[in-house]
Structure formats: C-alpha cells, structure tokens
Ligand binder design. Sequence first.
Ligand code: PGA
Length: 320
Amino acid sequence: MFDRRRTGHVTLRQLEIFEAVARAESVSRAAETLHLTQPAVSLQLKTLAEAVGHRLTEPVGRRIRLTQAGRDLADACRELAAVWSRFEARLDDVAALRRGRLRVSVVTTAKYFLPKALGRFVQLHPGIEVELEIQNRDGVLERLRERLDDIYVMSAPPQDAAIEAESFLPNPLVVYAPRGFAAPPNATLQDLAKERFLLREPGSGTRMAVDEHLARLRVALPNRMTVGSNEAIKQGVAGGLGLAILSRHAFSEADLPEIRILDVKGFPIEREWHIVHWRDQKLPAAADAFRRYLLEHAAELRGATETSPAARPRRRSPRG
Ligand code: PGA
C-alpha cells in the first residue's frame, strides 16, 4: 500500500511528533507538549527526514520553519489524522451496532408496517435492543419535545428548523365503506356528507389531516362519531356503522370481504411518512442505521402495504 522507498520505517509516533513541531514551530515547545526531551524530539525528526529523503525543517533564529516538503508532510499528517479518526468512529459504530439500543416512537397508524420493518432490521443486527412506543400524533410530539426517543415516525412533522424530517414512504388517506355500500358514480365528499363518518380522535395525525382536508373542500360532516383507534373504526365500517377516512396502510387483504375503498373525488389525501429527529442530537449508531434502513427499504415497505387491485380506488384525483 505504501511506497517503502519513501516511507521506510516511518512510524505514526514520528508523524505525531513532527505534527507537534510543525504546529509549535519550535522543537523545545513541542517536546514540552509531548513530555519528551528536546534531543529525543530532534532525533525522531532527523530519522523521519532521512526516511522521506527531504529536509523537513530549517532553523530561523531560535525557532524553526518548515521547508516545502515539511509543509506538505504537515498537510499529509492532518489528512491521515482525519482518516484515522473516521476509522475509529466506524469501529465504535460497529461495536454499537453489536450491542446498541434503539428507541423509536411512532404514531398508531405506522403500526401497519413499522414493527415489521423493525423485525427485519433486528434480524440484521440481533444485538440491538429495541424500545418501541406507539401513540397518536400528540403523544409522539410530546415524547419528541421531551427527547425521550432517538427517532420518531409520523406523517406531519412539526414545522421547526431544529427538527430534521425525512420523508420515506407515501401515506395516502382513502375513504373506507362497508363492502355493499352503493356510492354514486364520480362521488364527491359532499355527495357522501349525509352519511355517518367514523373519525379518529382529536390529537391523531389522521384526524388532523381529515379536518384540514374538509376545511379545504369546505365540506362539513355533521353526522360524525369519534372512535379512538383505526382497528375499531374498521370494525365499525365492516359492521355498517358508517364510512371512514383512514390511511390505506390500515387496509389488508383480510378486510376485503367486508370493506371496500371508495373512489371519491379529491382522494386520496396525499401524505408522506417521515423519520424525525432533533438536528442537534447526534443519532446513536443503532438509530442512524435504522434510519438508513427505512430510507433504503422504502420500496419494499411500499410493496408490503400495497393492497389488491379490488381494494384500490380506480383513479387518483388531484388534491382538491
Ligand atoms: P395517527 O397519525 O396514527 O396519530 O392518526 C397518523 C399520521 O401521522 O399519519
């Protein structure tokens, strides 16, 4: 790897000593910093200069000055030090991945794909201990504010310059209906407004998106019922209690006999899943590895949450 004619028997210690001399521009001050005697430093400098075949320093009064070769070597030392410290950081990361801890907080709707992604990730890194917290958006925001976890997954991250939010997967919200529900062709939300709608609780990200969408469309849903869980809402829809607006991730093949997704103008409501963390908080190696895993495996996660064509709305309308 190295040209031995040049490097001879140059040691890292000699480079360290040379770097100290270059920085102090004085052999005696470098010797002090390194807790060595002055002759010991001079000897190492001489051996190093012989090994590289160039004078590295020249005397100027009581001080010394670097020759051109000396300046070049000082630059090389700095680069080597940076490369070495990156290597050490990598070793630390590898060790942390063998026995690290990962604290993730996700909104309730992410439970349809995130635990599976975590499972696959942990198979790659079996030593990582995982703590997974599932709450609605308000609950996750509270944990974010208190910095209780390493990373957070939600659709609508807070608008805050101190927060890093990376999108990794679409999260469309669609209209769920009982299988036998007869919707008018080219239905608009206004056409369905007299139906009972089962809505998530205030504080949920889904509910926030639905409320914003209703306000944009200027549609009111007077016949509404608040239900605090996606699964309970689906059971209600399956039983004919009403319609719902939920993430398509909540829909599975098993729902097909009882629930269908309606093709409604202005739907799906397009949203994106985000990985969120504080910018000023360096992610622990395990959390950073999981973050990269989510970004790199988004296509697979998307596949895992795709539903059969029968369940999908036939056309996608622009946001309205
Ligand atoms: P929620 O959040 O589970 O609280 O409704 C969903 C989302 O952020 O999309």
